[in-house]
Design a protein around this ligand. Structure first.
Ligand code: NDP
Length: 342
């Protein structure tokens, strides 16, 4: 059966100098190979576009290896099993897999997570119940360690991870302040997602607004962006505050901090305020939170946590969705629907 199928893929063409463009990628078509025992052939229904892919475009050491030229772009997907050579799954089942930017992928059945539509909408496995949700939940609770009544600040607050961080912090009973680009995004973060305040980092008086939004200082900073925004939040941190460094998206296109004194000033604040600063990668934290899926799906059902998707339709929209997300055109989690379930 698989021998007749052709698989369209988005592959890596060239390392970008600065912002990636359409030329960073190319599309090709390859035949789907035969299944081996223990594997399942999956048809990707929706694929995720994520900022860490920009980091993989550099040829340098990171927590994830650099992309090779011609490599299919990796990423999470929700897929439907087309053919199974494993007892765990049958044709028609829905799974969350490392499916990449392509139409089909063959994975080992033990690497596929069952998607249960009775638990939540399948798209949630790319959002609140997937890597995005776990990053927010595990990163905030394990690394940020917020306590009731404390003030939590999160940057890229109108994005996939940020919106969830703020809502999880609200469940803990914290005052939650977001930072996002533009007054429209900030207004939605407050009115639709229950943040106490959201500050526009593009505003000329950003730092003043941040001070007003955090009258009792900041106890936890969930950093998605780094750079000047992180520096401004650092100046608001209380003694014994915690900083969870999740991402540094403001630096991903090679922007550099022009102030040579910035590091000295940062270290000085770490000492003066006795800060705990810890970077984390989502997969470090899995063993800490076996309760995650049950708790998060419960919050979704009860309406305590809401998710929102920036949806794109069609295989050709994968690259535009990725470029749009990097430049802030999204509100919530960016996903691309590339096929309908059969
Ligand atoms: P988002 O949905 O938040 O999209 C990215 C957002 O980043 C954009 O919407 C934009 O929002 C903001 N942004 C882009 N450029 C800048 C800039 N120069 N300064 C400030 N903000 C900028 O993406 P995710 O939620 O998927 O990821 C958020 C962060 O979390 C990223 O840094 C990512 O690398 C990190 N991450 C880390 C993981 C880990 O394991 N440590 C796992 C998953 C994600 P705006 O309009 O507000 O500028």
């Amino acid at each position: 059966m698989t021998s007749n199928l052709l698989n369209r893929q988005v592959a890596f063409a060239a390392r970008p100098d600065g912002e990636p463009t359409a030329e960073t990628f190319f599309i090709r078509e390859v035949p789907v190979t035969a299944l081996e025992s223990g594997q399942i052939l999956c048809r990707n229904l929706m694929v995720s576009v994520d900022p860490y892919l920009r980091l993989k475009m550099y040829d340098r050491e990171s927590y994830t290896p650099p992309l090779e030229f011609g490599e299919t772009i990796p990423g999470r997907s929700v897929a439907q099993v087309v053919e199974s050579a494993a007892p765990e799954f049958k044709a028609g089942d829905l799974v969350a897999i490392q499916g990449g930017w392509q139409e089909y992928e063959i994975v080992k059945a033990r690497h596929a997570e069952r998607v249960d539509p009775a638990l939540a909408n399948p798209v949630s496995w790319l959002g609140a119940l997937g890597m995005t949700g776990f990053t927010a939940y595990g990163g905030l609770l394990s690394v940020g360690q917020p306590k009731e009544g404390e003030t939590v600040v999160v940057s890229a607050a109108a994005g996939a991870v940020g919106l969830l961080v703020g809502q999880v912090a609200r469940q803990v009973g914290c005052r939650v302040v977001g930072i996002a680009g533009g007054s429209e995004k900030c207004a939605r973060v407050v009115s639709e997602f229950g943040f106490d305040a959201c500050v526009d980092y593009r505003a000329a008086d950003f730092e003043q607004q941040l001070t007003e939004a955090t009258p009792e200082g900041v106890d936890v900073y969930f950093d998605n962006v780094g750079g000047e925004i992180a520096a401004a939040v650092t100046r608001r941190l209380n003694t014994f505050a915690r900083v969870a460094i999740c991402g540094l998206i403001s630096q991903y296109n090679g922007q550099s901090d022009s102030d040579p004194k910035a590091m000295e000033e940062y270290l000085r604040w770490i000492l003066v305020r006795r800060l705990t600063i810890r970077g984390f990668i989502v997969y470090d934290l899995h063993k800490n939170h076996p309760e995650f899926t049950e708790v998060m799906s419960g919050w979704l059902r009860e309406g305590k946590v809401r998710e929102v998707f920036q949806r794109y339709d069609g295989f050709e929209q994968i690259v535009p969705a990725f470029l749009g997300m990097l430049s802030g055109k999204n509100f919530g989690k960016s996903i691309v629907r590339i096929a309908e379930p059969s």
